[in-house]
Design a protein around this ligand. Structure first.
Ligand code: ADP
Length: 202
């Protein structure tokens, strides 16, 4: 992993910012909650899901099993919270992204819902900071360019409407995904005349 992390910030409203950061590993984030790109069974899987369960330990999976026993499988676009186990983040918010099927199957609405719902659940827990991976852009095949233009505005809108939330961060694993999300955040900020800044963190 690169030692220097590029950070691009959009000031969504006073005291609230949307941050694009990477390349980085979300399991190392010490914010209040990290978001897991889970599948409907909540039983873990590959990609970021596997990484979160490996780093957080088996108690997260136990908590997921109890949720599924209680309320059934999680539908795409919904979100639920567990504690963070051994992760630096105190909570994990599990959401199920859409599987890309060409773009005419409500994928954008479902992906927007993932961001809105995860932020709503975090805000209900009175959390102030949350970090997202690039949901659906790995195994689920959502083209990163399209996904970034859904993820950024939906997260920014949910942040602006939240009560407690102060920071929404996208932690992107690879430099191409990072570039695409930064471009999407730049055009979002321009379209809304929002202030931005950028810097490198170690
Ligand atoms: P999905 O099934 O929703 O497509 P994936 O886990 O396959 O989810 O991929 C989603 C994104 O998460 C991809 O951009 C992938 O590179 C990224 N990713 C994988 N591991 C990590 C990690 N440890 N931290 C942040 N992002 C990660």
């Amino acid at each position: 992993m690169a030692s220097s992390v590029a950070v691009f910030r959009v000031f969504v409203s006073p005291g609230r910012s949307l941050v694009i950061a990477g390349p980085g590993d979300i399991t190392r984030e010490s914010c209040d909650a990290i978001v897991n790109a889970a599948n409907s069974s909540l039983m873990g899987g590959g990609g970021v899901d596997g990484a979160i369960h490996r780093a957080g330990g088996p108690e997260i999976l136990e908590a997921c099993k109890m949720i599924v026993e209680r309320q059934g499988r999680l539908r795409a676009g919904q979100a639920v919270a567990t504690f963070g186990g051994r992760l630096p983040a105190k909570h994990v918010i599990h959401t199920v992204g859409p599987v890309w099927a060409g773009g005419d199957h409500n994928e954008a609405e479902t992906l927007a819902s993932c961001h809105r719902e995860a932020i709503r659940v975090a805000d209900e827990l009175q959390l102030q900071s949350i970090a997202f991976p690039a949901i659906s852009t790995g195994i689920y095949g959502y083209p990163v360019e399209f996904a970034s233009h859904v993820a950024v505005p939906s997260a920014a809108d949910a942040l602006a409407q939240a009560v407690h939330m102060r920071e929404v961060k996208f932690v992107l694993f690879d430099s191409d995904t990072l570039r695409q999300f930064r471009d999407a955040a730049k055009s979002f900020a321009e379209s809304k005349s929002l202030r931005t800044d950028s810097y490198h963190a170690s």
